[in-house]
Design a protein around this ligand. Sequence first.
Ligand SMILES: [Zn+2]
Length: 143
Amino acid sequence: MNRIPVLEGSFVSEPEPALVGSRCRSCETVAFPASFTCPNPRCMDKDVAPAPLSRTGRLASWTTVHFPPPPPFVAPDPFVPITVVEVEFASEGIQVVGPLTGAGADELRMGMPMETVVEPYYADRDGEVIGWKFRPAEESNDD
Ligand SMILES: [Zn+2]
């Protein structure tokens, strides 16, 4: 089946799943999704380059959505509640929102390590749309 990234260039699957944002060459500010201009209001340099993010961050917040979000989100019918998590990537200084996978909301706790995975979001006539999700990870000392 044709695999279509939900946002072109925003992640890689190989060698390991990771988000790809941008990093300003002047002030090192990281943005996700990638920005063509540095988002730092004191910089705003246009010299930005693609930057893979850390694979693992820490859970900063989450919520469970009990109603279908508006388009372009494609909701299953009948709708199944989804849990959305916000993961802090401390070394990049940003937080990224994505769907939870591999666990239930009742298993989450603030600050737990979360790793980036790439999984299908939904399938349609053109193929399978894939994107990033976050799942609980083993505690590690490398972040
Ligand atoms: Zn900058």
